[in-house]
Design a protein around this ligand. Structure first.
Ligand code: NAD
Length: 308
């Protein structure tokens, strides 16, 4: 495999003023991409705003001979995102790569959670990612080239106490990826999800000091760079941290089929072990794979012929 380069490519990295986004922006620029460094410059809970962080990263990129511009929009502001995309198009004429990375935390147990904090976190992570992808979508379709990464989290994929808002927003990345992957395929738009775990200000009070040294954001960026590369995959959830990389997949068990008067809650209860038995589980490629499987199971159980 040849060296991965991004010469001639234009990338937008959101939340790139610090932490993981900064590392991704520097990594892309180092390998030749022109980079829009987006950052609203907020604190960890999304309060305040400053353009300094994004501008400092642009300075770093320029100092190493790269090309970059700063844009301070809030990713959840659709008009601001459109302006960022328009500025990138005016300056560089294309957008090849979108790294949706901006994020905030407003942790509380669900019992104490205000819905305003639930909504705010969904707004930044989910609506923000959709805004940027949506504004770039027609450009990528026209170019017949696009690479989009959404940033999820183990909190969304596996759960984390006190993060119902964040976990829901992060799990939504998988749903957005699954559909954009299908809709983008014919125009060479590939969509993946990164699930990082890194020592940044977001996690600084949660990790032991020795672990923080191992979990530097720079250990994750190589995985991100592969995901957005020309020969990168699509519809992959890549876990990354401290140099470890792994894939998360959703599987469906083989299950059972209950017919007619046998289809009762008691029968579901009685066969729950078999329903949930992972032996023979498979990955579904789209929603209708499941519908087809169920209809075929029902037809087979009845001795009917069903072509689908
Ligand atoms: P960070 O707090 O260091 O950086 C986040 C950046 O996003 C900040 O610079 C902030 O100003 C910016 N930002 C926040 N809201 C914004 C908005 N509305 N518009 C534009 N910019 C905005 O956090 P990080 O740890 O580098 O996290 C980056 C991404 O990775 C986030 O999506 C986060 O949820 C995700 N993540 C991080 C970890 C981890 O262990 N650090 C784990 C899982 C997922």
């Amino acid at each position: 495999m040849g060296e991965i380069r991004f010469g001639g490519r234009v990338a937008i990295v959101t939340g790139a003023g610090t932490g993981l986004g900064r590392s991704h922006a520097l990594g892309l620029a180092e390998r030749g991409a022109k980079v829009v460094v987006n950052d609203l410059g907020v604190s960890r809970d999304g309060s305040g705003a400053s353009s300094e962080a994004a501008e400092a990263v642009v300075d770093e990129i320029r100092a190493m001979g790269g090309t970059a511009m700063a844009h301070g929009t809030d990713v959840s502001d659709e008009a601001g995102v459109k302006d960022m995309v328009a500025q990138a198009m005016d300056a560089w004429g294309r957008i090849d790569i979108v790294v949706n990375n901006a994020g905030i935390l407003r942790d509380k147990t669900f019992a104490k959670m205000e819905m305003a904090d639930f909504r705010k976190v969904v707004d930044v992570h989910l609506i923000g990612s959709a805004n940027v992808a949506h504004a770039c979508w027609p450009i990528m379709r026209e170019q017949k080239y696009g690479r989009i990464v959404l940033t999820s989290s183990a909190s969304g994929l596996y759960g984390n106490f006190g993060q119902s808002n964040y976990g829901a927003a992060k799990a939504a990345m998988m749903g957005l990826m699954n559909v954009l992957h299908l809709e983008g395929a014919r125009d060479n738009i590939r969509v993946n999800t990164l699930a990082p775990t890194a020592a940044t200000r977001m996690t600084e009070d949660l990790l032991p000091a020795e672990a923080q040294a191992l979990l530097a954001p720079e250990t994750i960026t190589p995985g991100l760079l592969y995901l957005v590369s020309e020969d990168g995959p699509s519809r992959v959830i890549l876990g990354a941290g401290a140099g470890s990389f792994s894939q998360t997949q959703v599987y469906e068990s083989t299950g059972i089929t209950l017919m007619d008067e046998d289809n009762t809650p008691e029968a579901v209860a009685a066969q729950f072990d078999q329903i949930t038995d992972p032996a023979g589980h498979v990955e579904m490629t789209d929603a209708f794979s499941q519908t087809r499987k169920y209809a075929l199971n029902a037809a087979k159980a009845r001795g009917l012929k069903l072509e689908w």
